[in-house]
Design a binder for this molecule. Structure first.
Ligand code: ATP
Ligand code: MG
Length: 253
């Protein structure tokens, strides 16, 4: 990053870098006003899980990858923060999965949509990826939702059987589940509505998740315990937070 004041040796370099990326994305018109607040909430939970991929998150990531690979019509749905932070890795993942990526934002304006689509298009050209980028011309709606946030593409989100929706709003997540889809949520907050609604919730930072999905893609699949119990996995994630707080505060257990 050219104009980032922090040095890579700074203990919080990774975190500062992400903030810087989001600041730049905001300047380019890619983010809604509340985007930085949403990121801050995520950062707070990341502190609580120790800024690492915890065991329950890895378990959920493995199940998520399995579902995406087995899907007939997988799709990756992205919002502003996701495009800014991991647009490149999710384009690579879409290429590996041979699936479309659809820009689907909560506060839809033509300016934000074109800023996000342009950003993904630049990645597509630069990396020479054969990925279909959807979202410019939504032609249908997610049932049960009002207003512009219901808009989506028939050949992408609407048709999909398995959908990866990082940092999704709880309401929309619920509507996607009601459509019968397997909904893979990435959310650092295990208590959010999205986390509770999702079919598979990965309680981890989106940059780490994207890297894990890509690096595990070509690996031999492990035998996984089916069916995935999301509620149990979320309770185990909360338990991890509980335990680390207990240890840090030196309470007798
Ligand atoms: P819900 O409607 O699901 O209850 P919310 O209102 O709590 O959601 P939103 O504003 O919909 O929150 O979305 C932001 C969510 O994304 C937060 O729960 C936050 O923890 C999570 N989040 C933010 N940044 C990241 C990130 N980089 N990686 C993973 N999760 C993130
Ligand atoms: Mg949410």
């Amino acid at each position: 990053m050219d104009d980032l004041a922090a040095d890579p040796s700074h203990p919080r370099y990774e975190s500062l870098l992400k903030r810087h990326i989001l600041e730049n994305a905001a300047k380019k018109g890619m983010l809604a006003g509340s985007a930085l607040i949403a990121h801050g909430r995520g950062e707070a939970y990341d502190y609580l899980i120790g800024e690492q991929t915890i065991e329950t998150a890895m378990n959920a990531t493995k199940h998520a990858l399995y579902q995406l690979k087995m899907a007939k019509h997988p799709v990756i749905s992205v919002n502003g923060n996701t495009v800014a932070l991991v647009g490149e890795d999710l384009m690579k993942l879409a290429s590996l999965l041979d699936c479309p990526i659809e820009v689907n934002i909560f506060y839809r304006t033509p300016e934000r949509m074109s800023a996000l689509l342009n950003h993904l298009d630049e990645i597509k050209q630069r990396l020479d990826l054969d990925v279909e980028v959807l979202g410019a011309s939504p032609d249908t709606r997610i049932p049960g939702l009002e207003g512009p946030r219901a808009k989506c593409c028939q050949s992408g989100i609407f048709l999909s059987d398995v959908i990866l929706v990082p940092l999704e709003d709880g309401d929309r997540c619920e509507a996607l589940v009601a459509m019968g889809k397997t909904v893979i949520v990435v959310d650092l907050n295990p208590l959010s509505r999205s986390s509770k609604m999702g079919s598979i919730t990965i309680v981890d930072e989106i940059s780490r998740v994207a890297k894990n999905l890509i690096s595990m893609f070509g690996e031999q699949e492990e035998i996984l315990e089916h069916p995935f119990d999301n509620e149990k996995n979320l309770r185990r994630s909360l338990n991890h937070i509980n335990q680390s707080l207990t240890e840090a505060s030196n309470f007798p257990v």
